[in-house]
Design a binder for this molecule. Structure first.
Ligand SMILES: NC(=O)c1ccc[n+]([C@@H]2O[C@H](COP(=O)([O-])OP(=O)(O)OC[C@H]3O[C@@H](n4cnc5c(N)ncnc54)[C@H](O)[C@@H]3O)[C@@H](O)[C@H]2O)c1
Ligand SMILES: O=C(O)[C@H](O)[C@@H](O)[C@H](O)[C@H](O)COP(=O)(O)O
Length: 291
């Protein structure tokens, strides 16, 4: 089949390659002309025969919104748009309604696998009507990992990104747990080779996982992570998971703590710990450290 792919960065570029390897035709557009097969969205839409399938793989938020707005003007009834970026699931309903007003279908798809997806395949969680999903199925089949699992029609529009959001919340908490265990092992004198402890855990243990494998890769590159600053960004999924937990009154202590740990990582000094130090000093005369 033919696919139009918008956004050819770390994800879209490799996805184009994987879909082509499966024998499909992919035309890619990116605002960076060095990456693109065509020079504009208009050209992309014009070169595809209908019913068209257009996969959007650009940053969530404004870039995705602008692209969907433009596609709503360019596409025809019967075409379908897939949003494969890490969009907030609440945006999906809005995008589906905007496109449905023009007779254009919409499928939201959470994609996992990062830069390893070209070789390993991409895990896919999608939401939307069966009729729209069916139009995209050959692309899902090309992208997904080999084997029976790794892709799911999670439910109606928004369900794909909701599932991906929860996946990323779990990702935050798992990474935090490995990171805390690593710091404690590094702290004590009795453990002399932390990297080898991590490596040994890759086989036979209850906590073996791909994230653990990646931790071992990172320690092989930089045994004590001396080259890195302890600073971690977040791109939204963790926050949305915590917001959804609040909306549904579901307790998520581990995921919430792992999100807040990232916020703490961005502070040179802790304003709240200054207050705690000041209060301990006020009520108990406990010593404080001054700048
Ligand atoms: N990197 C990952 O591990 C990963 C995994 C799953 C999902 N995602 C999601 O996939 C999407 C893409 O991520 P990425 O890592 O490839 O980002 P990236 O920054 O590497 O690539 C984004 C590409 O989109 C292009 N672009 C931006 N705005 C555009 C526009 N209006 N029109 C056309 N092209 C535009 C940029 O030029 C760039 O090439 C994001 O929504 C991201 O959250 C990323
Ligand atoms: O499953 C995946 O492939 C990752 O989760 C992927 O989606 C990406 O690396 C996150 O966007 C990072 O998210 P943070 O920037 O919030 O850590």
């Amino acid at each position: 089949m033919e696919l139009g792919l918008v956004g050819l960065g770390k994800m879209g570029g490799n996805m184009r390659e994987r879909i082509r390897r499966a024998g499909h035709t992919v035309l890619g557009y990116d605002r960076n002309p060095d990456l693109a097969d065509v020079h504009s969205l208009e050209e992309l839409v014009g070169k595809l025969s209908g019913p068209r399938v257009i996969w959007v793989m650009v940053p969530a938020g404004e870039a995705t919104q602008t692209t969907i707005d433009q596609l709503a003007e360019l596409l025809e009834p019967g075409d379908v748009v897939v949003d494969g970026g890490n969009s907030r699931w609440t945006d999906d309903v809005k995008h589906a309604e905007e496109l449905a007003a023009k007779g254009i279908g919409f499928v939201d798809c959470g994609v996992s696998g990062g830069v390893w997806g070209l070789e390993n395949g991409y895990a896919l969680m999608y939401g939307g009507d069966k009729e729209q999903v069916a139009k995209v199925q050959p692309v899902f089949d090309a992208l997904k990992p080999e084997g029976d699992s790794g892709s799911v029609h999670a439910g109606k529009v928004g369900a794909g990104h909701f599932a991906k959001m929860v996946h990323n919340g779990i990702e935050y908490a798992m990474m935090q747990a490995y990171a805390e265990g690593w710091e404690l092992l590094e702290k004590v004198d009795s453990v002399t080779d932390v990297r080898e402890v991590f490596r040994s855990w890759q086989e036979g243990t209850v906590i073996r996982s791909w994230l653990l494998d990646l931790a071992v890769n990172a320690l092989d590159e930089d045994e004590h992570l001396d080259e890195l600053r302890g600073y971690a960004q977040d791109s939204g999924e963790g926050r949305w998971t915590v917001e959804a937990a609040i909306d549904n009154a579901v307790p998520l202590p581990a995921i919430t703590a792992s999100l807040f740990a990232r916020f703490a990582s961005r502070q040179e000094d802790s304003p709240q710990m200054k207050m705690i130090a000041a209060l301990r000093n006020q009520f108990g005369g406990h010593a404080v450290e001054k700048k």
